[in-house]
Write a protein that binds this ligand. Structure first.
Ligand SMILES: N[C@@H](CCC(=O)N[C@@H](CS)C(=O)NCC(=O)O)C(=O)O
Length: 203
């Protein structure tokens, strides 16, 4: 299996999950320029990471990749307890991270640069920070009394770690979210997380 990644990008969630699974894989770093190269665009026309290649079979879209890894390696237990309800709960929190929290960062990543007015662009970042604080409040509430988003460690936790890392880097106000802080510190101490961070040159 090959994972195409960019350091610290959302592909870090797949990288962590591959480490948790513990089976052989190759991590291939893709630069900003390579993302838009004809060769890479053949793999993923969106010019984005992550991409997973398994025996020449190519899969894009993070949620699909993470769920594929769960099904390919069910013994990893990263998709809940095997029941439909438990899997749905994992995907509920994974979706919050991928489809709500992740896009809320877009102004920080330049999506509002077309406005060309620094003050206006800054105000879109402030609005994004406010929205993000509300989303992370929901996460903090869910983590009250829990080590993981659902009953056990799952693909959703790997994604949550990545977006929490971004929030810290962008100085989003996470003050008072003690459950989130506890989760983040536990993840930082996790051997698989450490190996993924190290391979991406992020330690
Ligand atoms: N919907 C896609 C989004 C992937 C995505 O946003 N990837 C970012 C990194 S976190 C990327 O590669 N951006 C580069 C670009 O779009 O130019 C997914 O969930 O896989």
């Amino acid at each position: 299996m090959k994972l195409y990644y960019a350091p610290g990008a959302c592909s870090l969630s797949d990288h962590i999950v591959l480490e948790w699974i513990g089976r052989p894989y190759e991590a291939i770093r893709v630069s900003r320029e390579e993302l838009k190269s004809p060769g890479y665009l053949k793999l993923n026309p969106a010019g984005a990471v992550p991409v997973l290649e398994d025996d020449g079979w190519v899969l894009t879209q993070n949620v699909a990749i993470l769920n594929y890894l769960v099904d390919r390696f069910p013994e990893s237990g990263l998709g809940g307890d095997g029941s439909a309800k438990s899997r749905a709960q994992v995907n509920q929190w994974l979706s919050l991270a991928n489809a709500d929290i992740h896009p809320a960062f877009h102004p920080f990543f330049g999506s509002t640069a077309y406005l060309e007015d620094p003050a206006l662009i800054e105000s879109t970042k402030q609005a994004a920070a406010t929205k993000l604080r509300g989303l992370f409040a929901r996460i903090d509430h869910q983590l009250d009394g829990r080590d993981w988003l659902t009953g056990s460690r799952s693909i959703a936790d790997a994604y949550l770690f990545v977006v929490t890392r971004w929030a810290k880097a962008m100085n989003v106000d996470l003050s008072g979210f003690d459950n989130l802080a506890r989760f983040f510190n536990a993840m930082l101490g996790d051997a698989g997380v450490q190996r993924a961070l190290e391979q991406e040159g992020l330690t």
